[in-house]
Design a protein around this ligand. Structure first.
Ligand SMILES: [Zn+2]
Length: 358
């Protein structure tokens, strides 16, 4: 299966293309932005553009470099991302390369769509060593090499002055003339400071609604979502994804968000202040960054489903209540974007939900 096309990010792509044309593209880049907006896919696009022998602002899609890149088999376009800790404590470069060949093939079998790495996966020192090794070699078929390193904050910190880590930092600081390195992360604050200070950061935004709809209409996408038993309606999916298509592929995070949202609805309908407090406390204390806003998006989805169900049975009062509750969630999202604590936002929201759904 070829890589799914890039959706969105037209402005960034134009900027990258123009920088390449002027010979002004920095050798080491960091693409950062919300999880699931397509940073690794954009980095692979940039890699393809750099390797493509055609002219123009976008990769030609026809040359040998483009064909290899789109198939995920270009020997000079290295796609690195977190992997399970190697069984062998000290795997060779060849072992690491074989592992990545398998891992990339697995991603390619799903058109380059993949779920975020589990907490146990990382970019271990053997991988860093393999990158340094490959960077020192001449390109195999193209005139240059590109390394895309996804979820780069998972690079495991090295104790002491490890040679590979130092060599990697040197590589980032001054990549060879024919080498580009593109790191991606949704948590730039978690990057090793020694890495962060050596790259030029570029922010990757969320997709617009039209871009999201185009993504959802790609033939490669619906089968993946069906396998995760996500709701099939485009509007529901748009609410869940919130401009980050990859978020839909994060099944456990989605399940978690829906479970939290259901819990909030239960707490609101119980008319029990103690339960509301408990539910509010849970929102504030558990889960990774972004989990709270995921839960609010899931809540919007559930309330819109309630509105539709109420309209279907001609229950105008219930429909109005659910729609007011959905408005309250929108206000909560705004507060959550400021500095308000999730506990406080949730507690206020639950009171409003209770009043609206009474
Ligand atoms: Zn090409």
């Amino acid at each position: 299966m070829p890589l799914i096309p890039v959706y969105g990010h037209a402005t960034l792509r134009a900027r990258f293309a123009s920088a390449i044309e002027r010979g002004a593209l920095p050798g080491s880049l960091l693409l950062h932005g919300p999880a699931g907006v397509g940073k690794q896919r954009l980095a692979l696009w940039l890699g393809q553009r750099l390797l493509c022998t055609g002219a123009g602002s976008r990769p030609c899609g026809e040359c040998q470099n483009c064909r290899f890149a789109l198939a995920g088999t270009h020997p000079d376009l290295h796609w690195i991302f977190p992997r399970p800790r190697p069984k062998d404590s000290d795997p060779s470069v060849a072992d690491v390369e074989a592992d990545y060949a398998d891992a990339v093939a697995e991603r390619m079998a799903a058109s380059g769509l993949y779920a975020p790495p589990s907490g146990a996966e990382g970019i271990f020192v053997a991988t860093v060593r393999a990158v340094v090794h490959a960077a020192a070699l001449a390109p195999a078929v193209a005139h240059r090499k590109v390394f895309v390193i996804g979820d780069a904050e998972r690079m495991v910190s090295q104790e002491g002055a490890d040679q590979a880590a130092n060599a990697f930092l040197k590589l980032l600081e001054e990549p060879p003339e024919n080498t580009n390195i593109v790191l991606t992360t949704s948590e730039p604050g978690a990057l090793l400071p020694t890495v962060r200070s050596r790259v030029i950061a570029v922010r990757v935004p969320r997709l617009t609604e039209a871009e999201m709809r185009a993504f959802l209409a790609d033939p490669a996408v619906p089968p993946r979502l069906a396998a995760l038993s996500l709701p099939a309606g485009a509007d529901d999916l748009l609410r869940l994804a919130d401009g980050a298509p990859g978020a839909l592929l994060a099944r456990s995070a989605m399940d978690d968000a829906l479970a939290r949202a259901r819990r909030m609805l239960d707490a609101a309908s119980g008319h029990d202040r103690a339960e509301r407090l408990r539910a509010a406390f849970v929102q504030g204390t558990s889960g990774a960054r972004g989990a709270f806003s995921d839960a609010l998006n899931a809540l919007t989805l559930l309330l819109h489903q309630q509105v539709r169900a109420a309209l279907d049975r001609d229950d105008a009062r219930a429909a109005l209540g659910a729609s007011r509750a959905a408005d309250a969630v929108e206000r909560a999202k705004e507060s959550a974007q400021g500095n308000a604590s999730p506990q406080l936002v949730t507690f206020t929201l639950l009171r409003e939900l209770e009043a609206a759904l009474r």
